[in-house]
Design a binder for this molecule. Structure first.
Ligand code: FPP
Length: 256
């Protein structure tokens, strides 16, 4: 069992030749990342947790640039979950400042790189300054045609599914659809990822091997890649390593 498990968690420490070229023909269209380990990174350095988040934020532009360069179409980043409100107020307040800090500095670069910003999550409860920063970025980048940078902010997978079910139930009740018209396509249309393809690849940093309520519907057939690297230490090299690993896996979608 142990051996099987260690084979399965292939991303861990298994060194690949970093110089091995990526095959640009089988680049995943949509990559989703659970950026984990900021707190532990800070603790290891004797710094407050927010220092880890600040450092984690700095990694984002490097990965966005690399994703764009590789021709990835969508990059979804789990920036704040519906469960993260349980953290100490000072930490939540800081996390809610990050979109402003990031977009204040990086928006011109995102424009230059033709990146289109999107938000996935509930706008309810977001402080006005956070929402304003994200909505400004969404408006300004709306016509861009390059990489879609999808921020999962105040996002929870179960809530997303419940909301979709409620919307469809209401449509049935109002006679707009019949119950048997509810299928995978209609469900997907009602999720917050509406119009986006499902992620081909999920990356989670920091050695945690769980989904933490992230994109529960959309990750049904995705490849998972886990690494012990803490998010603030994550580099373009690790990102390429994940994609290389993805390219070596066969996706069968339940077939043979
Ligand atoms: C998880 O690490 C990380 C988060 C909850 C926040 C992630 C946010 C960023 C990396 C920056 C977001 C930036 C923008 C622009 C929105 P953790 O704190 O749970 O780490 P730990 O498990 O080591 O404590």
């Amino acid at each position: 069992m142990l051996e099987k498990f260690s084979n399965w968690k292939d991303g861990f420490g298994k060194k690949k030749d970093a110089s091995e070229e990526l095959e640009l023909v089988s680049i995943p269209k949509h990559v989703a990342i659970i950026m984990d380990g900021n707190g532990r990174w800070a603790k290891k350095k004797g710094l407050p947790r927010i220092a880890g988040h600040r450092e984690g934020m700095k990694v984002i532009n490097k990965i966005v640039r690399k994703a764009n360069e590789l021709g990835i179409e969508t990059l979804t980043l789990y920036a704040f979950s519906t469960e993260n409100w349980k953290r100490p107020k000072a930490e939540v307040d800081f996390l809610m400042r990050l979109p402003e800090l990031f977009l204040g500095k990086e928006l011109p670069v995102l424009m230059e790189e033709n990146v289109k910003v999107r938000l996935m999550g509930s706008k309810e409860n977001l402080p006005p300054h956070t929402l304003r920063a994200v909505e400004t970025a969404i408006t300004k980048t709306n016509e861009n045609t390059g990489l879609i940078l999808n921020f999962a902010l105040n996002y929870g997978g179960r809530t997303e599914i419940i909301q979709a079910v409620q919307t469809m139930a209401k449509q049935v009740q109002e006679g707009l659809i019949t119950y048997d018209q509810i299928d995978e396509t209609l469900m997907a249309d009602n999720l917050m990822t509406n119009q986006l393809p499902d992620p081909d690849l999920l990356i989670r940093t920091s050695g945690e091997i769980r989904l933490s309520n992230f994109m529960l519907w959309q990750l049904a057939y995705s490849e998972f890649w886990f690494t012990e690297v803490l998010w603030p230490d994550f580099t373009e090299i690790h990102f390429e390593e994940a994609i290389r690993e993805y390219q070596h896996r066969g996706r069968r979608y339940g077939g043979v």
